[in-house]
Structures are given as C-alpha cells and as structure tokens.
Unconditional design. Structure first.
Length: 90
C-alpha cells in the first residue's frame, strides 16, 4: 500500500549534509518527495512510497551516518502528490 508522510526531523541535522543524505537514502529505498531545512534548526520532509519502502527509509534516517544525529522524527499523514523524484528544496 502506498503512503505519503510529512516528517519533521530534529537533532544534528543541519550543517552536516542531512538533506543530501536524505536524498541519497530516498533514492536507495524508492522514496519520492522532497526535503528542506527549516529556520528552527529542524528538517522537513515529504516522503511517498510503499509501507515497506517508507519504513526502511525512516529507519535509515534514524540510523544516520557519522555526521548525522537524528534525535526525533515527528510523522503525520500527508496527501499523495505523485512525485517522480526526491528533491532538495531551498
């Protein structure tokens, strides 16, 4: 089943390449949507994919890398917008 989710990610997620990490991770898991920094130091994402793809993507974001440190992910349902790629928004 396809899902669309709105995520707000907090922790060490700005100034560490998190948007690029998110984009690459989304490509690996077949997720479509976008990511952008917010003024409060969090990162906002819109993610679309199957339940399985989304769960794997979200776990990979939580796991991060040596630079990224996700402390919390707030998740809400979103409207499916049928994105064709996963883009970084500025």
């Amino acid at each position: 089943m396809k899902v669309a989710k709105h995520l707000i990610v907090s922790g060490r997620v700005q100034g560490v390449g998190f948007r690029y990490f998110s984009q690459e991770t989304a490509r690996q898991y077949g997720i479509k949507g976008w990511v952008r920094n917010l003024n409060d130091g969090t990162v906002e994402l819109h993610a679309e994919g199957t339940d399985k793809e989304f769960d794997a993507f979200k776990q990979a974001l939580k796991d991060g890398n040596r630079f990224v440190g996700v402390e919390r992910i707030e998740e809400t349902e979103a409207e499916d917008q049928a994105f064709r790629s996963f883009d970084i928004r500025y």
